[in-house]
Design a protein around this ligand. Structure first.
Ligand code: HMG
Ligand code: MG
Length: 298
Protein backbone atom coordinates (compact mmCIF):
# COMPACT_ATOMS: atom_id res chain seq x y z
CA UNK A 1 0.00 0.00 0.00
CA UNK A 2 3.03 2.30 0.34
CA UNK A 3 4.76 3.92 -2.61
CA UNK A 4 7.96 2.01 -3.50
CA UNK A 5 9.98 5.18 -3.80
CA UNK A 6 9.67 8.56 -2.09
CA UNK A 7 11.46 11.66 -3.26
CA UNK A 8 12.70 14.07 -0.61
CA UNK A 9 13.75 17.61 -1.27
CA UNK A 10 16.36 18.86 1.18
CA UNK A 11 15.37 22.39 2.20
CA UNK A 12 17.82 22.78 5.10
CA UNK A 13 20.11 25.27 3.34
CA UNK A 14 17.07 27.51 2.65
CA UNK A 15 14.20 26.94 5.11
CA UNK A 16 16.62 25.55 7.69
CA UNK A 17 18.99 28.49 7.83
CA UNK A 18 16.62 31.39 7.06
CA UNK A 19 15.44 31.65 10.66
CA UNK A 20 18.83 31.25 12.37
CA UNK A 21 20.27 34.24 14.20
CA UNK A 22 23.85 32.95 14.05
CA UNK A 23 25.60 33.85 10.80
CA UNK A 24 26.96 30.77 9.03
CA UNK A 25 29.98 31.78 6.92
CA UNK A 26 29.63 31.14 3.19
CA UNK A 27 32.45 28.58 3.18
CA UNK A 28 30.62 26.52 5.83
CA UNK A 29 27.34 26.69 3.92
CA UNK A 30 29.16 25.53 0.80
CA UNK A 31 30.92 22.67 2.61
CA UNK A 32 27.58 21.62 4.15
CA UNK A 33 25.71 21.68 0.83
CA UNK A 34 28.55 19.68 -0.75
CA UNK A 35 28.06 17.03 1.95
CA UNK A 36 24.33 16.97 1.24
CA UNK A 37 25.03 16.69 -2.50
CA UNK A 38 26.98 13.55 -1.74
CA UNK A 39 24.20 11.85 0.30
CA UNK A 40 22.07 10.51 -2.54
CA UNK A 41 19.45 13.24 -2.13
CA UNK A 42 18.07 14.20 -5.55
CA UNK A 43 17.05 17.79 -4.88
CA UNK A 44 18.45 20.58 -2.73
CA UNK A 45 17.03 24.07 -2.25
CA UNK A 46 20.35 25.79 -1.78
CA UNK A 47 19.37 29.35 -0.84
CA UNK A 48 16.94 32.19 -1.28
CA UNK A 49 17.14 35.20 -3.63
CA UNK A 50 14.87 37.38 -1.51
CA UNK A 51 15.65 40.84 -0.17
CA UNK A 52 18.74 40.50 2.09
CA UNK A 53 17.19 42.79 4.71
CA UNK A 54 14.23 40.44 5.02
CA UNK A 55 16.38 37.29 5.35
CA UNK A 56 19.92 38.32 6.40
CA UNK A 57 20.99 34.72 7.08
CA UNK A 58 20.88 34.00 3.33
CA UNK A 59 22.27 37.27 2.00
CA UNK A 60 25.15 35.33 0.42
CA UNK A 61 22.89 33.31 -1.93
CA UNK A 62 24.94 34.31 -4.97
CA UNK A 63 28.28 33.36 -3.45
CA UNK A 64 26.86 30.06 -2.19
CA UNK A 65 25.33 29.26 -5.59
CA UNK A 66 28.62 30.01 -7.35
CA UNK A 67 30.83 28.07 -4.97
CA UNK A 68 28.95 24.80 -4.39
CA UNK A 69 30.23 21.76 -6.23
CA UNK A 70 27.32 20.70 -8.42
CA UNK A 71 26.64 16.99 -8.52
CA UNK A 72 25.07 16.18 -11.93
CA UNK A 73 22.64 13.78 -10.18
CA UNK A 74 21.27 16.55 -7.96
CA UNK A 75 18.67 19.14 -8.92
CA UNK A 76 19.50 22.54 -7.40
CA UNK A 77 16.67 24.98 -6.79
CA UNK A 78 16.35 28.30 -4.97
CA UNK A 79 13.56 30.45 -3.58
CA UNK A 80 12.62 33.54 -5.63
CA UNK A 81 9.97 36.11 -4.68
CA UNK A 82 9.91 38.30 -7.79
CA UNK A 83 11.62 39.06 -11.13
CA UNK A 84 14.64 40.59 -9.46
CA UNK A 85 15.16 37.43 -7.39
CA UNK A 86 14.68 35.26 -10.46
CA UNK A 87 17.24 37.28 -12.41
CA UNK A 88 19.82 36.87 -9.63
CA UNK A 89 19.04 33.15 -9.41
CA UNK A 90 19.38 32.64 -13.16
CA UNK A 91 22.69 34.53 -13.22
CA UNK A 92 23.95 32.37 -10.36
CA UNK A 93 22.70 29.05 -11.67
CA UNK A 94 19.56 27.11 -10.79
CA UNK A 95 17.86 24.02 -12.18
CA UNK A 96 14.54 25.11 -10.74
CA UNK A 97 12.89 28.17 -9.23
CA UNK A 98 10.60 28.05 -6.21
CA UNK A 99 8.02 30.83 -6.03
CA UNK A 100 5.99 31.28 -2.88
CA UNK A 101 2.85 32.86 -1.50
CA UNK A 102 0.36 32.24 1.22
CA UNK A 103 -3.23 31.00 1.27
CA UNK A 104 -3.78 33.50 4.07
CA UNK A 105 -4.11 37.16 3.20
CA UNK A 106 -2.43 38.42 6.38
CA UNK A 107 0.51 36.01 6.30
CA UNK A 108 1.04 36.85 2.64
CA UNK A 109 1.26 40.57 3.51
CA UNK A 110 3.59 39.97 6.44
CA UNK A 111 5.85 37.67 4.43
CA UNK A 112 6.03 39.34 1.03
CA UNK A 113 4.51 42.75 1.65
CA UNK A 114 1.61 42.38 -0.80
CA UNK A 115 -2.02 41.30 -0.92
CA UNK A 116 -2.82 37.94 -2.50
CA UNK A 117 -4.44 39.75 -5.44
CA UNK A 118 -1.30 41.84 -6.03
CA UNK A 119 0.96 38.80 -5.68
CA UNK A 120 -0.72 36.79 -8.46
CA UNK A 121 0.48 38.94 -11.39
CA UNK A 122 4.01 39.13 -9.94
CA UNK A 123 4.26 35.34 -9.64
CA UNK A 124 2.55 34.94 -13.04
CA UNK A 125 5.42 36.89 -14.59
CA UNK A 126 8.09 35.05 -12.61
CA UNK A 127 6.70 31.65 -13.61
CA UNK A 128 6.50 32.77 -17.24
CA UNK A 129 10.10 34.02 -17.29
CA UNK A 130 11.41 30.93 -15.49
CA UNK A 131 9.65 28.65 -17.98
CA UNK A 132 11.07 30.72 -20.87
CA UNK A 133 14.49 29.97 -19.38
CA UNK A 134 13.56 26.24 -19.31
CA UNK A 135 13.51 25.99 -15.52
CA UNK A 136 11.19 23.79 -13.53
CA UNK A 137 8.97 25.87 -11.27
CA UNK A 138 7.71 24.84 -7.85
CA UNK A 139 4.94 26.91 -6.30
CA UNK A 140 4.96 26.93 -2.51
CA UNK A 141 1.63 27.68 -0.85
CA UNK A 142 2.04 28.59 2.82
CA UNK A 143 -0.38 28.38 5.78
CA UNK A 144 -2.47 25.71 4.07
CA UNK A 145 -4.08 24.58 7.34
CA UNK A 146 -3.72 27.41 9.78
CA UNK A 147 -2.48 30.99 9.77
CA UNK A 148 -0.90 32.47 12.91
CA UNK A 149 -2.81 35.72 12.27
CA UNK A 150 -6.14 34.58 10.80
CA UNK A 151 -6.68 31.10 12.22
CA UNK A 152 -8.19 28.25 10.22
CA UNK A 153 -7.67 28.23 6.44
CA UNK A 154 -10.15 26.27 4.30
CA UNK A 155 -9.16 23.78 1.58
CA UNK A 156 -11.03 26.04 -0.90
CA UNK A 157 -8.68 28.94 -0.12
CA UNK A 158 -5.73 26.66 -0.85
CA UNK A 159 -7.26 25.24 -4.04
CA UNK A 160 -7.81 28.78 -5.33
CA UNK A 161 -4.12 29.63 -5.01
CA UNK A 162 -3.01 26.28 -6.48
CA UNK A 163 -5.30 26.74 -9.48
CA UNK A 164 -3.73 30.12 -10.24
CA UNK A 165 -0.16 28.88 -9.88
CA UNK A 166 -0.83 25.87 -12.14
CA UNK A 167 -2.61 28.16 -14.62
CA UNK A 168 0.52 30.33 -14.78
CA UNK A 169 2.57 27.24 -15.61
CA UNK A 170 4.00 26.03 -12.28
CA UNK A 171 5.07 22.40 -12.65
CA UNK A 172 4.24 21.34 -9.10
CA UNK A 173 2.94 22.67 -5.82
CA UNK A 174 4.39 22.28 -2.34
CA UNK A 175 1.75 22.66 0.38
CA UNK A 176 3.19 24.24 3.53
CA UNK A 177 2.03 23.61 7.09
CA UNK A 178 4.01 26.71 7.97
CA UNK A 179 3.52 26.62 11.73
CA UNK A 180 3.16 22.86 12.07
CA UNK A 181 -0.42 22.89 13.31
CA UNK A 182 -2.13 20.14 11.28
CA UNK A 183 -3.28 16.73 12.49
CA UNK A 184 -3.90 13.82 10.07
CA UNK A 185 -7.67 14.43 9.74
CA UNK A 186 -6.91 17.90 8.37
CA UNK A 187 -4.36 16.44 5.97
CA UNK A 188 -7.14 14.12 4.75
CA UNK A 189 -9.57 17.00 4.22
CA UNK A 190 -7.03 19.03 2.30
CA UNK A 191 -5.78 16.13 0.17
CA UNK A 192 -9.38 15.13 -0.69
CA UNK A 193 -9.87 18.61 -2.13
CA UNK A 194 -6.46 18.86 -3.78
CA UNK A 195 -6.16 15.38 -5.30
CA UNK A 196 -9.65 15.54 -6.79
CA UNK A 197 -8.36 18.42 -8.91
CA UNK A 198 -4.62 17.95 -9.42
CA UNK A 199 -2.46 14.87 -10.12
CA UNK A 200 -0.75 13.42 -7.05
CA UNK A 201 2.71 13.40 -8.64
CA UNK A 202 2.55 17.21 -8.81
CA UNK A 203 1.85 17.60 -5.11
CA UNK A 204 4.55 17.88 -2.45
CA UNK A 205 3.87 18.11 1.29
CA UNK A 206 5.95 20.53 3.38
CA UNK A 207 5.43 19.90 7.09
CA UNK A 208 6.93 21.85 9.94
CA UNK A 209 7.18 19.90 13.17
CA UNK A 210 6.21 22.52 15.76
CA UNK A 211 3.88 20.15 17.64
CA UNK A 212 5.54 16.86 16.72
CA UNK A 213 2.76 15.97 14.23
CA UNK A 214 4.82 15.96 11.02
CA UNK A 215 5.57 12.22 10.92
CA UNK A 216 1.90 11.35 11.53
CA UNK A 217 0.94 13.77 8.76
CA UNK A 218 3.48 12.25 6.37
CA UNK A 219 2.03 8.80 7.08
CA UNK A 220 -1.46 10.07 6.21
CA UNK A 221 -0.15 11.70 3.03
CA UNK A 222 1.59 8.48 1.97
CA UNK A 223 -1.72 6.64 2.35
CA UNK A 224 -3.21 9.16 -0.07
CA UNK A 225 -0.53 8.32 -2.62
CA UNK A 226 1.61 11.43 -2.09
CA UNK A 227 5.24 10.45 -2.52
CA UNK A 228 7.11 13.76 -2.42
CA UNK A 229 8.06 15.62 0.75
CA UNK A 230 10.26 18.52 1.81
CA UNK A 231 12.47 18.03 4.85
CA UNK A 232 15.42 19.61 6.55
CA UNK A 233 18.55 18.01 7.98
CA UNK A 234 18.31 17.75 11.76
CA UNK A 235 14.93 19.51 11.78
CA UNK A 236 16.29 23.01 11.24
CA UNK A 237 13.94 25.64 9.94
CA UNK A 238 11.08 28.08 10.29
CA UNK A 239 9.60 31.18 8.71
CA UNK A 240 10.67 34.39 10.47
CA UNK A 241 7.41 36.03 9.35
CA UNK A 242 5.18 33.39 10.96
CA UNK A 243 5.26 33.49 14.75
CA UNK A 244 5.36 29.95 16.13
CA UNK A 245 7.01 28.41 13.08
CA UNK A 246 9.52 25.82 14.26
CA UNK A 247 11.74 23.58 12.15
CA UNK A 248 10.84 21.47 9.17
CA UNK A 249 10.34 17.78 9.71
CA UNK A 250 13.86 16.35 10.09
CA UNK A 251 15.26 14.51 7.06
CA UNK A 252 16.87 12.07 9.53
CA UNK A 253 13.50 11.18 11.07
CA UNK A 254 11.74 10.87 7.72
CA UNK A 255 14.48 8.53 6.48
CA UNK A 256 14.17 6.43 9.63
CA UNK A 257 10.43 6.12 8.97
CA UNK A 258 10.59 5.49 5.23
CA UNK A 259 13.48 3.05 5.26
CA UNK A 260 11.85 1.24 8.18
CA UNK A 261 8.68 0.88 6.11
CA UNK A 262 10.77 -0.56 3.28
CA UNK A 263 10.41 2.53 1.08
CA UNK A 264 13.40 3.49 -1.04
CA UNK A 265 14.70 7.09 -1.11
CA UNK A 266 18.15 6.64 -2.63
CA UNK A 267 19.56 8.56 0.36
CA UNK A 268 22.22 7.28 2.73
CA UNK A 269 21.15 7.86 6.32
CA UNK A 270 24.73 8.01 7.65
CA UNK A 271 25.62 10.83 5.24
CA UNK A 272 22.58 12.83 6.35
CA UNK A 273 23.60 12.26 9.96
CA UNK A 274 27.09 13.53 9.21
CA UNK A 275 25.62 16.61 7.54
CA UNK A 276 23.36 17.17 10.58
CA UNK A 277 26.28 16.94 13.00
CA UNK A 278 28.29 19.30 10.79
CA UNK A 279 25.70 22.09 10.83
CA UNK A 280 24.81 21.47 14.49
CA UNK A 281 28.43 22.14 15.29
CA UNK A 282 28.47 25.37 13.28
CA UNK A 283 25.21 26.60 14.83
CA UNK A 284 26.43 25.65 18.28
CA UNK A 285 23.08 24.25 19.33
CA UNK A 286 21.36 20.91 19.46
CA UNK A 287 19.05 20.23 16.53
CA UNK A 288 15.54 18.89 17.22
CA UNK A 289 15.71 15.64 15.19
CA UNK A 290 14.73 12.70 17.40
CA UNK A 291 16.63 10.01 15.51
CA UNK A 292 19.75 12.19 15.43
CA UNK A 293 19.78 12.21 19.22
CA UNK A 294 20.33 8.44 19.10
CA UNK A 295 22.95 8.52 16.38
CA UNK A 296 26.61 8.49 17.27
CA UNK A 297 28.62 11.38 15.92
CA UNK A 298 31.66 10.52 14.02
P1 HMG B 1 9.28 45.00 -0.86
O1 HMG B 1 9.99 45.92 0.07
O2 HMG B 1 7.80 45.15 -0.99
O3 HMG B 1 9.95 45.09 -2.30
O4 HMG B 1 9.62 43.51 -0.48
P2 HMG B 1 9.85 46.16 -3.45
O5 HMG B 1 9.54 45.43 -4.71
O6 HMG B 1 8.98 47.31 -3.04
O7 HMG B 1 11.37 46.68 -3.52
C1 HMG B 1 12.00 47.36 -2.43
C2 HMG B 1 13.50 47.28 -2.58
O8 HMG B 1 13.90 45.93 -2.48
C3 HMG B 1 14.02 47.77 -3.94
O9 HMG B 1 15.32 48.31 -3.72
C4 HMG B 1 14.18 46.48 -4.72
O10 HMG B 1 15.14 46.57 -5.74
C5 HMG B 1 14.66 45.54 -3.63
P3 HMG B 1 15.57 49.89 -3.72
O11 HMG B 1 15.11 50.33 -5.07
O12 HMG B 1 14.72 50.42 -2.61
O13 HMG B 1 17.05 50.00 -3.49
N1 HMG B 1 14.32 44.14 -3.93
C6 HMG B 1 15.21 43.10 -3.90
N2 HMG B 1 16.52 43.03 -3.62
C7 HMG B 1 17.12 41.83 -3.70
N3 HMG B 1 16.45 40.71 -4.06
C8 HMG B 1 15.16 40.73 -4.34
C9 HMG B 1 14.48 41.97 -4.28
N4 HMG B 1 13.20 42.34 -4.50
C10 HMG B 1 13.13 43.64 -4.29
N5 HMG B 1 14.52 39.59 -4.70
C11 HMG B 1 9.96 41.19 -1.06
C12 HMG B 1 9.06 42.43 -1.21
C13 HMG B 1 9.17 40.01 -1.61
C14 HMG B 1 11.22 41.41 -1.85
C15 HMG B 1 10.29 41.01 0.46
O14 HMG B 1 9.09 41.02 1.16
C16 HMG B 1 11.01 39.71 0.74
O15 HMG B 1 12.15 39.54 0.34
N6 HMG B 1 10.35 38.79 1.44
C17 HMG B 1 10.94 37.47 1.71
C18 HMG B 1 10.34 36.86 2.93
C19 HMG B 1 10.88 35.45 3.08
O16 HMG B 1 11.88 35.08 2.49
N7 HMG B 1 10.18 34.66 3.91
C20 HMG B 1 10.58 33.29 4.16
C21 HMG B 1 10.40 32.37 2.99
S1 HMG B 1 8.75 31.78 2.79
C22 HMG B 1 8.67 30.39 3.84
O17 HMG B 1 9.56 30.16 4.61
C23 HMG B 1 7.51 29.44 3.72
C24 HMG B 1 7.87 28.15 2.98
O18 HMG B 1 8.93 27.46 3.61
C25 HMG B 1 6.62 27.22 2.95
C26 HMG B 1 5.98 27.05 4.33
O19 HMG B 1 6.66 26.62 5.26
O20 HMG B 1 4.78 27.35 4.39
C27 HMG B 1 8.28 28.43 1.53
MG1 MG C 1 8.77 26.21 5.34
Amino acid sequence: QWPKYVQLKEVGPRDGLQNEKRWIPTADKVAWINKLSDSGVKEIEYSSFVHPKWIPALSDAREVGRQIKRNPDVFYSALVPNLKGLQHALETGIDGASVFMSASETHNRKNINKSIADTFPVLGQVVHEAKQANKRVTGYVSTVFYCPFEGKITPEQVVRVCEKLFEYGADEISLGDTIGSAVPSQVEQLLEAILSRFPEDKIIMHFHNTRGMAIANIMRSLQYGVSRFDSSVGGLGGCPYAPGAAGNVATNDVLYLLHGLGIDTGIQENKIQEAAFFIQDKLKKELPSKSLAYAVSG
